[in-house]
Design a protein around this ligand. Structure first.
Ligand code: SF4
Length: 63
């Protein structure tokens, strides 16, 4: 099963992934770290772009 992992220990709260794909990612404003809002059924190009755009490599896709 496909799963997106977001390592909050690495996340610096830049908000890039949230802006790029607000359906999949959201900001936890209590700690200013992003989290997965909804696990997607398929990995879209937008999700792949968000993974690549993360400046600290906090998001990974488990296939
Ligand atoms: S792009 Fe990376 S560092 Fe920026 S909010 Fe998302 S997970 Fe955190």
């Amino acid at each position: 099963m496909t799963k997106i992992n977001l390592d909050q220990n690495k996340c610096i709260g830049c908000n890039t992934c949230v802006l790029m794909d607000p359906e999949t990612f959201e900001m936890d404003t209590t700690i200013y770290k992003a989290k997965v809002k909804k696990q997607p059924e398929v990995i879209t190009d937008i999700i792949k772009s968000a993974v690549e755009a993360c400046p600290v490599g906090a998001i990974t896709i488990e296939q």
